[in-house]
Write a protein that binds this ligand. Structure first.
Ligand SMILES: *Cc1c(COP(=O)(O)O)cnc(C)c1O
Length: 358
């Protein structure tokens, strides 16, 4: 018998491959702006590191401790190396945290809308979702989330910047929030897009870990570092909790190839900075574009924009016919578009303008 909590779930619909979609649509060119991938690829240091390594030790199990990458990140973030837990992408970390920390009947407080994986894994564990809508500007309502906490609350998810709205809450706001949250409640701050924040530096709340043992910070190599295919994400947690998570985690979840790729990408902060700078410039142009067309969009601090438009399904089809895949299904009449290379952004804006004026 399938577990009751799983039988009622609808599956996550993953991206089709670009080749598959091109064939289906009869397109020679397709730009995928639906998954918030890095449109500038990844650091050239990654290719070099992988080529240098070759297929060495392909017959050996990888380093379960992920020692080299662990050391590099602990130094880079100024955190205890014992507090790092690595996953096969952040997706696996979300699953691992839910599996370890949630029991049937627990309440999980979430922003509405937010990344769907949090609720998916919470539901599998039999937890109960408590959704707190974003405010009128699309920003996570921290006071609303505080008010939603009850004695049954086990976990609060804060995606910052939030996917899909792109909105950001400040370091200070999260610090004040943490001071009011009961110690028995785990607060997970998913910083998948934190590198793209330009509103303040540093934006990350990793420094708050020394103050709040119930805080967990998540990072991934899939977005700013451009390594989505290698599947490397990690959590920064209280070292004591890390030990528990290590017992639940699959022992060889990260291949040496993934570790080498992530280490090389991490060593090239210049690449990340270049991407972040162009994305921030293009983000402003997108905001000006929406304003000019009188389309509602939320202020983004991430590498994507979220906007409301009539006939969004038809618009997404129109864009697809012209070789641009965008993300639908995240809200009625809302579309999410990954910020692409300047020429692609211009092309998509031209197509949207044509469509809206029809
Ligand atoms: C993309 C994304 C992830 C998943 O990242 P992976 O490391 O590729 O699994 C996690 N959280 C958010 C908010 C994301 O947008």
């Amino acid at each position: 018998m399938v577990k009751k909590t799983i039988a009622k779930l609808t599956p996550y619909i993953p991206e089709k491959t670009i080749a598959e979609l091109k064939q289906e649509q009869g397109l020679t060119k397709l730009v995928r702006l639906s998954a918030n991938e890095n449109e500038w690829g990844t650091s050239p240091k990654v290719a070099q590191a992988i080529l240098d390594w070759g297929v060495k030790d392909a017959n050996r199990y990888p380093d379960s401790e992920v020692t080299d990458l662990r050391q590099a990140i602990a130094t880079g973030l100024n955190v205890d190396p014992e507090g790092l837990v690595f996953g096969d992408g952040l997706d696996e970390i979300i699953q691992l945290l839910s599996r370890t920390l949630l029991s049937p009947g627990d309440e999980v407080v979430l922003t509405q809308p937010t990344f769907s994986e949090y609720a998916l894994h919470a539901e599998i564990e039999g937890a109960k979702m408590v959704n707190v809508p974003v405010d009128v500007s699309g920003v996570t309502d921290l006071n609303g989330m505080l008010a939603a906490i009850t004695p049954a609350t086990a976990m609060v998810w804060l995606c910052n910047p939030n996917n899909p709205t792109g909105t950001y809450v400040s370091h200070q706001a999260i610090a004040e929030f943490m001071a009011k949250v009961p110690k028995s409640v785990t607060v997970v701050v998913d910083e998948a897009y934190i590198d793209f924040v330009t509103a303040e530096k540093p934006a990350s709340v990793v420094d708050l870990l020394s103050k709040f043992t119930n805080l967990i910070v998540l990072r991934t190599f899939s977005k700013a570092y451009g390594l989505a295919n290698f599947r490397v994400g990690f959590a920064v947690v209280d070292p004591q909790l890390a030990q528990t998570l290590q017992t639940v985690r699959l022992p060889y979840n990260l291949s040496t190839f993934a570790e080498i790729a992530a280490s090389a990408a991490y060593s090239d902060q210049q690449f990340v900075q270049k991407v972040v700078t162009v994305v921030a410039e293009e983000r402003q142009k997108w905001a000006a574009f929406f304003k000019q067309l009188n389309l509602l969009s939320y202020p983004s601090q991430a590498n994507f924009v979220f906007f409301k438009v009539d006939q969004s399904a038809q618009l997404s089809q129109y864009l697809l016919k012209h070789g641009y895949l965008v993300r639908t299904g995240l809200g009625p009449d809302w579309l999410r578009i990954t910020i692409g290379q300047p020429a692609d952004n211009q092309a998509v804006q031209k197509l949207i303008r044509e469509f809206v004026k029809q």
